[in-house]
Design a protein around this ligand. Structure first.
Ligand code: CS2
Length: 491
């Protein structure tokens, strides 16, 4: 019996066996550790790393990224086993393109490698820190948006500021690194949130400042003053649909490359990065990779969060209730495209009038979502709803209500989310989504209560007391619960 030989692993030594078109645009050995990134996820590697590689390739400047991971030791191990090389596959309908990216030069684990993280942030070579840590990583209180100093990891890292213990949260590491930088001379540095939150730059600045204020550091006043003057937190909006990598994806990328890649990323061909032009330190020329620097990102940010992420979440909960698994499956139903368009038409009046074309944007979304080469699980999008829904739906809902406009699509979507927070027969959430607030959300379903009361409780869990106390809203949502639970999408 003949056996197929296991292909060699993707790494520096094996790069030369790749088709030249699939090789990195830069030689990672020529790069320097100049960017520290928190969050070694698929999204970052398919997005910021691609722009950074383009910037180095076009300028000859050695912008290497050091990735710091908080949760997955496996991801760090596998990246190291591949000399931090990995492939990115663009999944255009009917045409896949795979190539290796060479921008990442080091992978660290947040706790075990904390000393190295601190030294890098303190050192002169690094002028840029970027973050993709999801809404969860900011530990903001749902009602005020301020740092939740009682959240487990934050409370532990604040306690650690009294001694020498290494922090284990991103905010703890970041604050400690900034403090070390001040002591090392205090060169300016930019800290760039790339997470899906309105005003993500100011939101990050607030939680970092509040961490320092709540710390036991004797020099915290000096640190706060230095941060105010030397650390910029530009706002950004990032976009590229990059589903979590599956075993099938690993096999696919490896067979295209002819080398085993355990950490490939596969995403849609579309990508966008808009950044506030408010950097204080030298940075990669990301514009050479297609990024846009603007004085005010708010119009782009609200358009993307409310139309793309908002309709994503609506499709997730309505789709799961209707028995779909992926976004492309939703678009293949009789109601999928109508839902995206109706959602867009309802929410568009809440967007700033800044010359951006919301109708064209929504039509592009329909095409992006239809892409049959993408397998984007609704369960992935539907997870962490307690953090995503306030960002995506509640702002526009409040604005529509304040101007007396109806919001039937948002109410329908809310009914689907409320229904999805109900505990499933086997524990967990009903459609196997996960959420840090799943306990509090499950408690909303305990005992007997009228449907509108359940809706009220769920809204209160996410800090939306004003909406929770609006009887007309909670009863409109409650009326939709049964239809949605039966899989009906009545637009
Ligand atoms: C999605 C986003 O999982 C989700 O919540 O809405 O990850 C979305 O795919 C990206 O923001 C697209 O840029």
């Amino acid at each position: 019996m003949t056996r197929t030989p296991t292909p060699d692993r993707l790494r520096l030594q094996t790069l030369s066996s790749l088709d030249p078109a699939a090789r990195p645009l830069v030689d990672p050995r020529a790069l320097r550790p100049r960017v520290v990134h928190f969050g070694l996820g698929a999204f970052h590697r398919a997005h910021q790393a691609v722009y950074t590689e383009a910037a180095s390739a076009r300028t000859g400047e050695p912008w290497g990224i050091v990735d710091v991971e908080q949760f997955s030791e496996r991801a760090v191990r596998e990246m190291r086993a591949q000399d931090c090389l990995y492939s990115v596959t663009d999944r255009a309908p009917g045409a896949l393109t795979t190539r290796v990216v060479g921008a990442v030069i080091e992978a660290l684990f947040i706790g075990a490698d904390g000393g190295r993280v601190q030294d890098l942030i303190a050192g002169d070579e690094v002028g840029t820190v970027t973050l993709t840590v999801t809404e969860k990583g900011y530990h903001r209180r749902p009602d005020t948006g301020r740092l939740d100093v009682d959240a487990g990891p934050i409370a532990a890292d604040l306690a650690a500021t009294a001694g020498d213990a290494a922090p284990s949260s991103v905010l703890g590491q970041l604050a400690r690194g900034l403090r070390a930088r001040l002591h090392a001379g205090g060169a300016p540095i930019d800290v760039v949130s790339c997470d899906n939150m309105a005003g993500n730059g100011p939101a990050l600045a607030t939680v970092v400042r509040e961490f320092v204020e709540a710390s036991a550091w004797p020099d915290k006043e000096a640190l706060l003053e230095w941060i105010a003057g030397a650390v910029s937190f530009p706002a950004t909006i990032v976009d590229r649909i990059v589903p979590a990598t599956t075993d099938e994806d690993r096999d696919l990328a490896s067979s295209v490359l002819g080398l085993r890649d355990e950490v490939p990323v596969l995403g849609e061909p579309y990508r966008q990065w808009v950044l506030e032009d408010a950097f204080g330190a030298p940075r990669p020329r990301w514009e050479l990779g297609g990024a846009l620097f603007v004085p005010d990102v708010a119009p782009y940010q609200l358009m993307k969060l409310r139309l793309l992420n908002g309709s994503h979440s609506a499709m997730a909960y309505l789709g799961l209730a209707a028995g779909c698994r992926t976004v492309a499956e939703v678009l293949a139903t009789s109601w999928g495209a109508d839902l995206v368009r109706a959602f867009g038409a309802e929410v568009a009046p809440t967007l700033p009038q800044a010359g951006l074309d919301a109708v064209a944007y929504v039509e592009d979304l329909v095409e992006r979502y239809r892409n049959p080469a993408m397998h984007h699980l609704l369960r992935q999008i539907g997870s962490d709803g307690s953090l995503k829904i306030p960002e995506r739906w509640l702002g526009p809902l409040r604005e529509l209500r304040a101007t007396g406009r109806p919001a039937p699509v948002l109410e329908l979507a809310l009914a689907a989310w409320v229904g999805a927070t109900r505990p499933g027969a086997e524990g967990g959430q009903r459609y196997a989504t996960t959420d840090p607030a799943s306990g509090a959300l499950a408690a909303c379903w305990a005992g007997t209560a009228a449907p509108a009361e359940r809706v009220r409780r769920v809204l209160a869990v996410v800090g939306a007391d004003d909406l929770a106390e609006s009887a007309d809203l909670t009863s409109a949502v409650a009326q939709r619960l049964d239809g949605v639970a039966a899989g009906r999408v009545e637009l």
